[in-house]
Design a binder for this molecule. Sequence first.
Ligand SMILES: [Zn+2]
Length: 239
Amino acid sequence: MADEHPVRRLQALDLRMDALRAERAALPERAVLAALAEEGATLRERRAAAEDTLATHQKQERALEAEVAEAASRAKGVEDDLYSGRATAPKELEALQTDLASCRARQHALEEEELALMEAIEATQEDLAGIDARGVEMASEVEAQEASLVSGEARLDGVLGELGKTRESLCAEVAPKLLAAYDKRRDNATLAGEILSALDGSDCGRCRVRLPVIEVTRLKEEGPEAFAACPSCRRLVLR
Ligand SMILES: [Zn+2]
């Protein structure tokens, strides 16, 4: 509609540009990247916790290893005593056998404990490997999403750039006073870019509030660039 009032074409263009800017701000890659960043933070926390667990278990395992060796050597000592032939009294032999049994039992219990710990270490190492694999996977997802975001932004920036040029030439067609009043209302969030209204009888076509008679008369007498501010919705009423 080329014959439409230039300020109306300007508003249509601005609304289109607003929609494109909103589309740019809401490109789906942004939400995906935010979710990936959140997952990344969780993953780093999980990794740190697993590293801590692993270090603790490895330390415990080293201590247990020493305890197992000590228990084994103690059992060996008792065993050597038992079979050395030095002890001959049945009571003494019995005591050595009891001692040996308890040494072996302790060694066995410690070995069981060590085994359980080694299994826990293995599980934590697997967990770490899983975390690192996901980390690698995520890095490539982030890369792909970022590339997609950049190309989406570039596409919209291209369209917005073209429309910006159109806007400039359109602005030149609007009377400066009207343009200034229009531009001022672009910042009004309540209007959300719907700045223009049309005179409907003596009313503002948008909010239906009656304009002062003097304003209505002026609008009808002056040229197409004439406008009045609606006393209620603050929109610009064109005739
Ligand atoms: Zn109004």
